[in-house]
Structure formats: C-alpha cells, structure tokens
Design a protein around this ligand. Structure first.
Ligand code: T4K
Length: 379
C-alpha cells in the first residue's frame, strides 16, 4: 500500500528475473565486451525482430536518439508534421536537427493524429509525417499512409508506447517507412534506457546502423556522417531478461486495467480510456479523462491523488505547442489545436505495472470518487 515514504508512481520499472540478469552480466564481464555491437546487443536485436515479426531491428541508447537517427536516415528536412499531444521528445527530435515540427490536431476519441488535420498542414516544405501510437493505441495507420502516399511524404511512427502491440495480426514495426520504440525504465518493457528502429527496409536499417556508430564501416573506414547512438551490453542484458518476462507483465497490466474499470465504474464524469481496437495491446498506460461537468477538475483530482501518495501524471499537458521552445514559434497554435488543448486539460494517467495491487487501485478509485462526489454535493 501507498504511504508518504512509499508513493505510487506512474512508470515504476518492471523487472524480470534478477538471477538471469546477473548471469548475463557475469558473461559480459567474462568476455570484457561492454559496448560497440556486443553479443547481447545482437541477441536483443534478433529477439525484438522475431517478437515484432519485422525484418530489421537496430537498437540504440534511447528512444530519442533512435528517433533522431531515423529522421536523418529518412532524409527529412524542412517541415515535418507531428502531433502536439505527445511526449516532448517527438518534437525535439526534429527541432534538434533544424527541422520544424508542424503540429496537427488529434482525434478526440483515440488521442492520435487526425489524418485530415495532417493533410491540411502540408506545405511545399513538408517532407514527412511522424505518427505516434499514443498510450499504445495504434495511430490511424491507414489514413496516415494514404496522406503520405498522396503527397509523396515519408512516414515514420513513434512507437515509444507500442511495444508488444499489433493491428489485427500485424505487429507494430511493419508500418510506414520505419517505427521507433523506447525502452526507458518507465516503459512497461525496459532496458534501463534504450530504444530501437524497426523496419522492413534493409537499406534504411544499414544506414541507421552506420549512423549509430559514427559512420564506421570497418576499423578505420568512415563512410557516413554519424553519432554515438550505441546501446551498451548491460542494457541489452536487461532487455533480454525483461523480454523473457513480458507476457507476465502484460497479463498484470491487463488485470490492473480491468480492476480500474471495475473500481471507477459509476464515478460521474470520470472515464477510463479503453485500450481500443483489434489486436494485441500492452495495457501500459491507464488513462482517465475528467469531463468538464465532473464536479471536480482534472487538476483537483491530481492534487488529491498526490496528497494521498499517488503520483498521478497530467501527460502530455499542455501539449508541445504550448511549451517554451515551441510557443514562440507558434503563437497562433492555441486557437488551431482545439482537440489537443481539450484532451490535454482532461487526462490523468494512473499508476500500473507489477508494483500496483488491487488494494492500491481501490485506494486510487476511492480518492477520485471522494473528490468528485464531495465537490458535487458542495455545489
Ligand atoms: N516518444 C514518446 C511518445 C515518449 O513517450 C517517449 C518517452 C519518447 C519518445 C522518448 O523515449 P526515451 O528517449 O525516453 O527512450 C518519462 C520517461 O522519461 C520518458 O521515457 C517517457 N516517454 C515519458 C512518457 O515518461 P518523465 O519526465 O515523466 O519521467 P519521470 O522522471 O518523471 O519518471 C516518471 C515516474 O516514474 C516518476 O514518478 C518516478 C518513476 N520512476 C522513474 C524512473 C526513471 C521510477 O520509479 N524509477 C525509475 O527508474 O518522462
């Protein structure tokens, strides 16, 4: 149970067998091979490619660098259309490379990019689209692919939330030109820090591999500009161990999601976002929306939860376009992204994962119910 010393976090890391991790790390010490495409990194890549039924996987030190390298390998320049309702890394990965992120609005029910809004944002400078599978709910892949094809644009997916997810029978990793995962500690599947580009395009994968390692093609043969995006062996060991435990974690997340649905049923104005769609889901995020007429505001609910030892989060408030680096670029944006602004004002993300128990969920629902019904009876 939660206490002031032991709050409940959104993003508490899940962890497979420690014994197995130590075994893999012992092997790493015996080999004295710590980084630079070591055997654990190669095994991790192969296992991810198998898990996601995709031809190529290039793992990186984190998801942001993987996005940056994918953007560069795809040759994106000028303007790229992205949602504003995403983690800031999606936009930063572009602006860091001198590319302008152009923010398009989202669909109010899926929280993912609206293809019509994307199409309306295209200019002669547009070279690509980055769709985000937010909360592990697949983006409108069909709609975005049609827009990309119609306008001859590259299509990349930020799949940071979508490890283990499929659309029907097809695993994430097989859509657009490439997709990018994050294995950050707070993700349901982690390698401490880490990320990967997955793609069925061999040439793109080769380019990303070169860019990840300064463009080296041999001991002293640099054939391409590059950076240092390499994953270290100890992170690959963690990734392998967690991949071996992934079914248990997903099962636990699924059960937590069901418990939240039960515990929050009937709280007026408070709705649990369904995981949605047809295919595999990872249940990584428990997302609740607070309607304007709920009685209590989203921020009052978050404050009450935090006061009761639950570090609920307002992801991804206030939207990238309202954050300092982009606000100056887009003084008009507030009036043009009405759905983003509305959703960003309504969402609360609640703790899940193996650290969260049914009594924790009952406690969280109880706090929410008390705030909402208390505010209603006072008004
Ligand atoms: N694209 C999208 C759509 C993303 O969501 C992300 C990352 C990326 C791209 C970029 O991928 P990476 O470059 O990160 O691989 C966290 C994560 O740092 C970030 O990875 C993630 N998205 C984002 C949604 O969440 P913060 O700023 O919320 O993290 P922080 O430090 O507040 O931690 C969250 C909670 O987890 C806290 O209550 C503490 C707890 N925690 C955290 C860590 C690191 C632990 O209990 N143990 C830990 O080891 O960004």
């Amino acid at each position: 149970m939660t206490s002031p010393e032991q709050p409940l976090h959104v993003g508490r890391p899940n962890m497979g067998s420690r014994e197995r991790f130590h075994e893999l790390v012992d092997g790493m010490f015996d080999r004295a091979w710590f980084t630079n495409n070591g055997p654990l990194v190669q095994e991790f890549e192969q296992r991810i490619a198998e898990h996601h039924q995709v031809d190529h996987c290039v793992v990186m030190c984190n998801g942001t660098i993987a996005l940056e390298i994918a953007i560069r390998a795809l040759g994106l320049t000028g303007e790229v259309i992205v949602p504003s309702y995403t983690f800031i890394a999606t936009a930063h990965a572009l602006s860091w490379q001198g590319i302008t992120p152009v923010f398009a609005d989202i669909d109010p029910t899926t929280h993912n990019l609206d293809p019509a809004a994307v199409e309306a944002a295209i200019t002669p400078r547009t070279t690509g689209i980055i769709g985000v599978h937010l909360w592990g709910r697949p983006a409108d892949v069909t709609g975005l692919t049609e827009v990309a094809e119609r306008h001859d644009l590259r299509l990349l997916f930020d799949a940071a939330h979508a490890f283990g997810v499929s659309i029907g029978e097809t695993m994430i990793g097989n859509f657009g030109d490439a997709e990018v995962f994050s294995f950050h500690a707070t993700k349901f599947f982690n390698s401490f820090e880490g990320g990967a580009i997955v793609t069925n395009d061999a040439e793109l994968a080769d380019k990303a591999r070169l860019m990840r390692n300064f463009g080296f093609a041999g001991f002293d043969d640099v054939v391409h500009p590059g950076t240092n995006g390499k994953m270290v062996e100890v992170c690959a060991a963690m990734g392998i161990v967690n991949l071996e435990a992934i079914d248990e974690v997903i099962d636990r997340n699924r059960r937590n999601h069901e418990s939240y649905a039960r515990a929050l049923a009937g709280v007026p104005g408070v709705e649990l976002l369904p995981v949605g769609g047809d295919g595999q889901r990872n249940y990584q995020y428990v997302v609740v929306t607070v309607a304007p007429d709920a009685g209590a505001s989203r921020d009052e609910i978050v404050a009450a939860l935090q006061a009761n030892g639950v570090l609920a989060r307002r992801y991804f408030w206030p939207g990238c376009h309202n954050m300092a680096p982009y606000k100056a670029l887009y003084p008009w944006a507030g009036s043009r992204l009405p759905v983003t602004e509305q959703v960003a004002d309504q969402v609360v993300v609640l703790p899940t994962g193996t650290a969260v128990t049914d009594p924790d969920i009952d406690h969280i629902a109880d706090v929410i119910r008390r705030v909402v019904t208390g505010a209603r009876s006072a008004s």
